[in-house]
Design a protein around this ligand. Structure first.
Ligand SMILES: [Mg+2]
Length: 121
């Protein structure tokens, strides 16, 4: 299922099937799915804990680090997809709305090369 040949709808269906086969709907309310997003994101951060900033990009080329990052990203994505699937959230539409909002918040002429929050531009 490569990115360029897979739709979000297909991934939502796969997540629903995986969860339904295990009768996990009872565990997959909005609160617990949101907790899943954050706890898996914390596991992603753990890959980089105590690593000096200058070493992080180089570590991303190490196969074992890359596998851990891919694994934790997939865990985060599972919970994102499951939350969207369970509560009928159109992720593509939500993402497009957010990207448009952020384009307004971060106009290129003010935000280019800046890491300041939109309220400080
Ligand atoms: Mg994990």
């Amino acid at each position: 299922m490569p990115d360029d040949a897979t739709t979000l709808a297909e991934l939502k269906t796969a997540v629903a099937r995986f969860s339904d086969e295990r009768d996990w709907a009872v565990f997959h309310g909005a609160k617990d799915l949101a907790i899943g997003v954050v706890t898996e994101a914390a596991e992603l951060l753990e890959v980089f804990r105590f690593q000096p900033e200058a070493a992080v990009d180089a570590r991303m080329t190490e196969p074992d680090i890359r596998r851990r990052v891919e694994s934790e990203l997939a865990d985060v994505f599972f919970f994102v997809l499951r939350l969207a699937q369970r509560y009928d959230i159109d992720l593509s539409a939500a993402f497009a709305r957010k990207l448009a909002l952020n384009a307004e918040r971060y106009p290129v002429d003010k935000a280019r090369g800046s890491n300041r929050k939109y309220t400080e531009l």
